[in-house]
Write a protein that binds this ligand. Structure first.
Ligand code: URA
Length: 256
């Protein structure tokens, strides 16, 4: 909410989002006089503050305003990896705890792809993760319909050539095993695999399997660089990255 054109928010929400505690804990802290705003003790945890202008202290320590935010989303199918869209719900629309209004998804997953999507407003980090010159590993889980050739892993490792003549960088294919083929066309066999790729071209995983004569019928991203999808997040759920995860992303040297 804006007061006199300035962005304000509830004190308890601000402190909860900055990781100080739950709203209930913050209410108790305020009642005990442990919170100060601009030097004055504030006992009402529901009062509004302007995080960019007010000096807010909890237990004597200044709580800095988060200029950047980082969320891990388990993207569900049917939601588009964009900030705005006229037809579909967007991944940004799912992040209802965001403070910042300038969040964007780091890269894109297809409409029917699930899994790990980093949502942030840290443009420098996004650039490092997405730049084609930096070869960030991305691990996908896929259900692949059709007979996987025996030399599929070797061909992926050599760099598979697509029908349009483009050759993918070497990728690592691991076959997990057969899965139920109830949903496949004509009861074709379906195999569960993981594929690790180091690029992020449009429909890349699907096209790589097409080049082997197969079709991806389910796709989920499990990791991006050092960041792994939290297995407790159901499709559509998200959480803030932990300090350790942010440090890992910032500090991991990404091969160029
Ligand atoms: N490769 C694909 O084919 N689709 C995705 O969504 C991501 C990688």
């Amino acid at each position: 909410m804006a007061e006199n054109g300035k962005k304000t928010m509830r004190l308890d929400r601000f402190l909860a989002e900055m990781g100080i505690g739950s709203r209930r804990e913050i209410r108790e802290m305020a009642q005990k006089g442990r919170i100060r705003i601009n030097g004055e003790i504030e006992k009402k945890s529901d009062r509004r503050v302007n995080p960019e202008e007010d000096r807010i202290e909890a237990d004597g320590k200044i709580v800095e305003y988060a200029a950047v935010e980082y969320f891990m989303l388990n993207k569900p199918q049917g939601v588009v990896s964009a900030t705005e869209d006229s037809r579909y719900q967007t991944v940004i629309g799912l992040i209802d705890q965001a403070v910042r209004k300038d969040l964007f998804p780091v890269g894109r997953l297809d409409l029917d792809t699930e899994g790990l999507l980093l949502i942030t407003n840290d443009g420098a980090l996004a650039h490092r993760l997405l730049s084609p010159k930096k070869h960030v590993d991305k691990v996908y889980l896929a259900y692949v319909e059709g007979c996987l050739p025996e030399d599929a892993a070797a061909r992926m490792e050599c760099g598979i050539e697509m029908e349009d003549g483009w050759t993918a960088l070497p990728a690592v294919l691991k076959v997990i095993g057969p899965v139920s083929n109830e949903k496949s066309e004509g009861n074709a066999p379906v195999t569960e695999v993981t594929l690790t790729i180091r690029e992020g071209k449009f429909h890349q995983v699907k096209r790589m399997f097409e080049a082997l004569g197969c079709r991806v019928i389910y796709l989920k991203r499990l990791s991006m660089g050092p960041l792994k999808l939290d297995s407790s997040l159901l499709p559509g759920e998200y959480r803030r990255l932990t300090r350790e995860e942010i440090d890992l992303l910032q500090n991991t040297s990404i091969e160029t």
